[in-house]
Design a protein around this ligand. Sequence first.
Ligand SMILES: [Zn+2]
Length: 229
Amino acid sequence: MIAIDKTKFKPPSSLTDKNRKKAFEKNAIEKKYTSGNKYKTKEVQTILNNLYNKKCAFCEDKLLNSPKHIEHYRPKDFAKRKKCNSENSYFWLSFSWDNLLLACTSCNSSKGSCFDIKGTRIKYSDYKNIPLHNLQTTITELNKIEKPLLVNPEQVSKTFLIKNLWFNFEGKILSKNEYLRYTIRICNLNRKELIEKRMLILNDIRNEILQKKFVVINIKITIDTNKTL
Ligand SMILES: [Zn+2]
């Protein structure tokens, strides 16, 4: 996971256009998400691709030729998986700019609609009369109340991630921080294919170190030999 600064981009106007507004209002009446892929506008896709450098928000896998999912940080649908403790839908945030991330198929399907929190759950009734254009950047306010366990790369600093995430010699990603641990588990960040990719990088580093060590040993031998002479 890498820290992402979304503040340099204004919310895309396509998220609050006529079509989205209509869909938003329909969802509000039905109290669930019924709008297909309407959040997936070309504008949103282009900005997220640039912002995330075509990498998954959670596992950082490169998405050059693979499907790129526009992921809802707070789920638009109700959770169906047993690994989540809660079943909540944030359908009213389906077209909110700060609720949209870029994710790979595996993280997207593993996370599903899981969104467990440590604070107080916000309900639709708390935000009922707020128009769509005022729901584009509410994440800081919502996170303060809900204290979500899932880490959002747009809400953490690079220092926090460097300090709290590390890899072991088996290619697993680890943390002692409970929010990162939840994110690792819920997005399945220690799945086989990610471990294999990390091991390739780890082996390259190992080889480089071994080669450098060999040079050092050689120098030492030369010096020792000279001394002996
Ligand atoms: Zn991923």
